[in-house]
Ligand binder design. Structure first.
Ligand SMILES: [Zn+2]
Length: 283
Protein backbone atom coordinates (compact mmCIF):
# COMPACT_ATOMS: atom_id res chain seq x y z
CA UNK A 1 0.00 0.00 0.00
CA UNK A 2 1.38 3.43 -0.86
CA UNK A 3 1.44 6.22 1.66
CA UNK A 4 -0.74 8.90 0.19
CA UNK A 5 -2.04 11.89 2.18
CA UNK A 6 -5.33 10.01 2.12
CA UNK A 7 -4.01 7.11 4.18
CA UNK A 8 -2.21 9.39 6.62
CA UNK A 9 -5.48 10.89 7.83
CA UNK A 10 -7.51 9.14 10.46
CA UNK A 11 -9.70 6.77 8.54
CA UNK A 12 -13.16 6.07 9.81
CA UNK A 13 -15.47 3.69 8.08
CA UNK A 14 -19.11 3.15 8.82
CA UNK A 15 -19.79 -0.48 8.13
CA UNK A 16 -23.18 0.05 6.55
CA UNK A 17 -22.50 -2.55 3.88
CA UNK A 18 -22.43 -5.15 6.65
CA UNK A 19 -25.73 -4.07 8.09
CA UNK A 20 -24.05 -2.69 11.21
CA UNK A 21 -24.10 0.75 12.70
CA UNK A 22 -20.58 1.01 13.98
CA UNK A 23 -17.69 3.27 13.13
CA UNK A 24 -14.23 1.81 13.15
CA UNK A 25 -11.51 4.40 13.23
CA UNK A 26 -8.02 3.78 11.91
CA UNK A 27 -5.35 6.34 12.72
CA UNK A 28 -2.24 5.03 11.00
CA UNK A 29 1.01 6.32 12.49
CA UNK A 30 2.78 9.09 10.60
CA UNK A 31 5.31 7.55 8.23
CA UNK A 32 8.94 8.06 9.23
CA UNK A 33 12.00 9.03 7.27
CA UNK A 34 14.92 6.63 7.14
CA UNK A 35 16.77 8.82 9.65
CA UNK A 36 13.87 8.78 12.12
CA UNK A 37 13.61 5.02 11.85
CA UNK A 38 17.29 4.55 12.58
CA UNK A 39 17.25 6.93 15.57
CA UNK A 40 14.15 5.39 17.12
CA UNK A 41 15.32 1.84 16.64
CA UNK A 42 18.65 2.70 18.18
CA UNK A 43 16.83 4.26 21.16
CA UNK A 44 14.79 1.07 21.65
CA UNK A 45 17.89 -1.14 21.43
CA UNK A 46 19.61 1.06 24.00
CA UNK A 47 16.63 0.92 26.33
CA UNK A 48 16.54 -2.88 26.08
CA UNK A 49 20.24 -3.01 26.91
CA UNK A 50 19.63 -0.83 29.99
CA UNK A 51 16.58 -2.71 31.25
CA UNK A 52 17.58 -6.29 30.59
CA UNK A 53 21.29 -6.49 31.15
CA UNK A 54 22.59 -9.92 30.34
CA UNK A 55 19.33 -11.39 29.10
CA UNK A 56 18.33 -9.01 26.34
CA UNK A 57 16.71 -10.08 23.10
CA UNK A 58 16.93 -7.28 20.60
CA UNK A 59 14.43 -6.61 17.82
CA UNK A 60 15.39 -7.66 14.35
CA UNK A 61 14.56 -4.56 12.35
CA UNK A 62 13.45 -4.36 8.74
CA UNK A 63 15.77 -2.66 6.29
CA UNK A 64 15.57 1.02 7.28
CA UNK A 65 15.15 2.08 3.65
CA UNK A 66 12.02 -0.08 3.18
CA UNK A 67 8.48 1.33 3.36
CA UNK A 68 5.32 -0.74 3.79
CA UNK A 69 6.83 -2.97 6.42
CA UNK A 70 5.17 -5.52 8.69
CA UNK A 71 6.08 -6.62 12.21
CA UNK A 72 5.97 -10.02 13.85
CA UNK A 73 5.41 -9.96 17.59
CA UNK A 74 6.83 -13.18 19.05
CA UNK A 75 5.58 -14.56 22.35
CA UNK A 76 8.78 -16.03 23.74
CA UNK A 77 12.49 -16.02 23.25
CA UNK A 78 12.34 -19.26 21.27
CA UNK A 79 12.77 -17.52 17.94
CA UNK A 80 15.89 -15.75 19.09
CA UNK A 81 19.47 -16.91 19.16
CA UNK A 82 22.40 -14.84 20.25
CA UNK A 83 20.08 -12.15 21.55
CA UNK A 84 18.45 -11.27 18.23
CA UNK A 85 15.08 -12.11 16.71
CA UNK A 86 15.10 -13.14 13.09
CA UNK A 87 17.29 -16.16 13.62
CA UNK A 88 16.20 -19.65 14.57
CA UNK A 89 13.77 -22.07 13.00
CA UNK A 90 10.58 -20.36 14.15
CA UNK A 91 11.62 -17.06 12.63
CA UNK A 92 12.70 -18.79 9.41
CA UNK A 93 9.34 -20.58 9.05
CA UNK A 94 7.38 -17.41 9.67
CA UNK A 95 9.39 -15.33 7.25
CA UNK A 96 9.09 -18.05 4.62
CA UNK A 97 5.31 -18.08 5.01
CA UNK A 98 5.15 -14.33 4.32
CA UNK A 99 6.95 -14.64 0.99
CA UNK A 100 6.83 -13.75 -1.83
CA UNK A 101 4.39 -10.88 -1.18
CA UNK A 102 6.31 -9.70 1.87
CA UNK A 103 10.09 -10.13 1.51
CA UNK A 104 12.27 -10.42 4.62
CA UNK A 105 13.75 -6.95 4.10
CA UNK A 106 10.29 -5.56 4.98
CA UNK A 107 9.85 -7.60 8.18
CA UNK A 108 10.69 -6.48 11.72
CA UNK A 109 10.60 -9.07 14.50
CA UNK A 110 9.95 -8.06 18.09
CA UNK A 111 9.38 -9.74 21.42
CA UNK A 112 6.35 -9.19 23.57
CA UNK A 113 7.98 -9.50 26.98
CA UNK A 114 11.15 -8.95 28.84
CA UNK A 115 12.95 -12.21 28.38
CA UNK A 116 14.87 -14.37 30.77
CA UNK A 117 17.42 -16.66 29.24
CA UNK A 118 16.19 -19.59 31.30
CA UNK A 119 12.47 -20.08 31.53
CA UNK A 120 9.21 -18.57 30.43
CA UNK A 121 8.24 -14.98 31.11
CA UNK A 122 5.90 -14.36 34.02
CA UNK A 123 2.90 -12.05 33.79
CA UNK A 124 4.82 -9.52 35.88
CA UNK A 125 7.50 -9.48 33.26
CA UNK A 126 4.87 -9.04 30.58
CA UNK A 127 3.77 -5.83 32.29
CA UNK A 128 7.32 -4.63 32.75
CA UNK A 129 8.10 -5.14 29.10
CA UNK A 130 4.93 -3.58 27.74
CA UNK A 131 5.89 0.10 27.26
CA UNK A 132 9.09 -1.01 25.60
CA UNK A 133 7.21 -3.44 23.38
CA UNK A 134 4.87 -0.65 22.25
CA UNK A 135 7.82 1.66 21.65
CA UNK A 136 9.42 -1.07 19.53
CA UNK A 137 6.23 -1.42 17.49
CA UNK A 138 6.30 2.35 16.87
CA UNK A 139 9.94 2.21 15.86
CA UNK A 140 9.20 -0.63 13.45
CA UNK A 141 7.16 1.98 11.51
CA UNK A 142 4.47 -0.44 10.45
CA UNK A 143 0.70 -0.73 10.18
CA UNK A 144 0.41 -4.51 10.24
CA UNK A 145 1.43 -6.83 13.07
CA UNK A 146 1.37 -10.62 13.09
CA UNK A 147 0.70 -11.68 16.70
CA UNK A 148 2.65 -14.90 17.05
CA UNK A 149 1.35 -16.95 19.98
CA UNK A 150 -0.89 -16.38 22.99
CA UNK A 151 1.28 -13.83 24.81
CA UNK A 152 1.31 -11.68 21.70
CA UNK A 153 -2.48 -12.01 21.32
CA UNK A 154 -2.96 -11.02 24.97
CA UNK A 155 -0.77 -7.95 24.54
CA UNK A 156 -3.50 -6.75 22.23
CA UNK A 157 -6.58 -8.29 23.91
CA UNK A 158 -6.23 -10.16 27.22
CA UNK A 159 -9.91 -11.13 27.03
CA UNK A 160 -9.60 -13.15 23.81
CA UNK A 161 -8.16 -16.62 23.30
CA UNK A 162 -6.38 -18.09 20.31
CA UNK A 163 -9.27 -20.54 19.93
CA UNK A 164 -11.56 -17.54 19.47
CA UNK A 165 -9.44 -15.30 17.36
CA UNK A 166 -6.58 -17.13 15.63
CA UNK A 167 -6.48 -16.22 11.94
CA UNK A 168 -8.90 -13.32 12.42
CA UNK A 169 -8.36 -9.63 11.78
CA UNK A 170 -8.41 -6.92 14.46
CA UNK A 171 -7.23 -3.37 15.10
CA UNK A 172 -4.82 -2.44 17.90
CA UNK A 173 -4.92 0.99 19.59
CA UNK A 174 -6.61 2.29 16.43
CA UNK A 175 -3.28 2.14 14.62
CA UNK A 176 -2.09 -1.40 13.83
CA UNK A 177 -4.05 -4.09 12.00
CA UNK A 178 -3.34 -7.45 13.60
CA UNK A 179 -3.85 -11.16 12.97
CA UNK A 180 -3.09 -13.55 15.87
CA UNK A 181 -1.74 -16.99 14.97
CA UNK A 182 -0.67 -19.91 17.17
CA UNK A 183 3.03 -20.57 17.71
CA UNK A 184 4.38 -22.43 14.73
CA UNK A 185 6.51 -24.74 16.85
CA UNK A 186 3.42 -25.76 18.83
CA UNK A 187 1.71 -26.84 15.59
CA UNK A 188 4.08 -29.71 15.06
CA UNK A 189 3.16 -31.35 18.39
CA UNK A 190 0.38 -33.91 18.32
CA UNK A 191 -1.79 -32.18 20.88
CA UNK A 192 -2.13 -29.04 18.76
CA UNK A 193 -5.66 -28.41 17.56
CA UNK A 194 -4.33 -26.80 14.39
CA UNK A 195 -2.54 -28.35 11.46
CA UNK A 196 0.29 -26.81 9.49
CA UNK A 197 -2.24 -26.11 6.72
CA UNK A 198 -4.38 -24.16 9.23
CA UNK A 199 -1.36 -22.17 10.30
CA UNK A 200 -0.34 -21.33 6.74
CA UNK A 201 -3.90 -20.27 5.94
CA UNK A 202 -3.89 -17.94 8.97
CA UNK A 203 -0.57 -16.38 7.99
CA UNK A 204 -1.96 -16.11 4.45
CA UNK A 205 -4.81 -14.05 5.86
CA UNK A 206 -2.23 -11.66 7.32
CA UNK A 207 -0.37 -11.46 4.01
CA UNK A 208 -3.62 -10.58 2.20
CA UNK A 209 -4.39 -7.95 4.81
CA UNK A 210 -0.94 -6.35 4.71
CA UNK A 211 -0.48 -6.41 0.96
CA UNK A 212 -4.05 -5.59 -0.08
CA UNK A 213 -5.34 -2.09 -0.83
CA UNK A 214 -8.01 -1.82 1.89
CA UNK A 215 -7.72 -3.32 5.40
CA UNK A 216 -11.37 -2.54 6.12
CA UNK A 217 -12.27 -5.11 3.52
CA UNK A 218 -10.90 -7.82 5.84
CA UNK A 219 -12.95 -7.02 8.95
CA UNK A 220 -14.61 -10.10 10.46
CA UNK A 221 -18.34 -10.65 10.00
CA UNK A 222 -19.46 -13.25 12.52
CA UNK A 223 -19.74 -13.13 16.32
CA UNK A 224 -16.71 -14.49 18.22
CA UNK A 225 -18.41 -14.88 21.60
CA UNK A 226 -17.49 -18.25 23.11
CA UNK A 227 -20.26 -20.75 23.57
CA UNK A 228 -20.68 -24.21 25.06
CA UNK A 229 -19.91 -25.33 28.57
CA UNK A 230 -16.16 -25.22 28.14
CA UNK A 231 -16.23 -22.25 25.80
CA UNK A 232 -15.10 -24.56 23.04
CA UNK A 233 -17.31 -23.18 20.27
CA UNK A 234 -18.06 -19.79 18.80
CA UNK A 235 -21.47 -18.13 18.46
CA UNK A 236 -20.81 -17.50 14.73
CA UNK A 237 -24.07 -15.60 14.21
CA UNK A 238 -23.72 -12.72 11.73
CA UNK A 239 -22.21 -9.72 13.50
CA UNK A 240 -24.10 -6.47 13.87
CA UNK A 241 -21.66 -4.66 16.17
CA UNK A 242 -17.92 -4.15 16.16
CA UNK A 243 -15.92 -2.73 19.04
CA UNK A 244 -13.15 -0.20 18.42
CA UNK A 245 -10.70 -3.06 17.91
CA UNK A 246 -12.91 -4.29 15.05
CA UNK A 247 -13.86 -7.40 17.04
CA UNK A 248 -17.33 -8.57 15.89
CA UNK A 249 -20.38 -9.42 18.05
CA UNK A 250 -24.00 -10.31 17.37
CA UNK A 251 -26.83 -8.30 18.99
CA UNK A 252 -27.19 -10.60 21.96
CA UNK A 253 -23.52 -10.78 22.87
CA UNK A 254 -22.85 -7.11 22.25
CA UNK A 255 -25.31 -6.27 25.04
CA UNK A 256 -23.54 -8.73 27.32
CA UNK A 257 -20.46 -7.07 28.73
CA UNK A 258 -20.31 -3.46 27.67
CA UNK A 259 -18.81 -2.33 30.96
CA UNK A 260 -15.88 -4.69 30.63
CA UNK A 261 -15.22 -3.63 27.08
CA UNK A 262 -15.30 0.05 28.03
CA UNK A 263 -12.79 -0.48 30.81
CA UNK A 264 -10.42 -2.20 28.38
CA UNK A 265 -10.86 0.71 25.96
CA UNK A 266 -10.14 3.31 28.65
CA UNK A 267 -6.97 1.52 29.68
CA UNK A 268 -5.75 1.43 26.10
CA UNK A 269 -6.44 5.13 25.60
CA UNK A 270 -4.36 6.00 28.65
CA UNK A 271 -1.57 3.78 27.44
CA UNK A 272 -1.56 5.24 23.96
CA UNK A 273 -1.60 8.82 25.26
CA UNK A 274 1.44 8.05 27.34
CA UNK A 275 3.18 6.62 24.32
CA UNK A 276 2.16 9.63 22.20
CA UNK A 277 3.79 11.96 24.70
CA UNK A 278 7.05 10.35 23.71
CA UNK A 279 8.35 8.57 26.76
CA UNK A 280 11.33 7.28 24.82
CA UNK A 281 11.80 9.64 21.92
CA UNK A 282 12.48 13.32 21.51
CA UNK A 283 13.39 13.60 17.83
ZN1 LIG B 1 -23.04 -13.92 19.34
Amino acid sequence: MTRTPETRRALTRVLDTMGGDVEISWQPPEPMTKGQRIRRRFAVDEQIAREHTGAAVYPFWSDATEDNTVAILHSTSDGAKDGLYGSGQKAALTRQALKPQIPSSRVSELGVVSIKVDGSPTSDQCLTGRPLMLAALEAADTRFVLLHGAHALHSWRPDLTLKQYAGRVGLWNKRWWVVPVPQVDGITTRRSEWSMEDWLRMVGRFVDLASGPDPFHHIERSCVHRTGRSGSGLCDVGASHWDEDAVPYCDQHWQGDQEKKQEVARKKDREQRKLDRGVLFDD
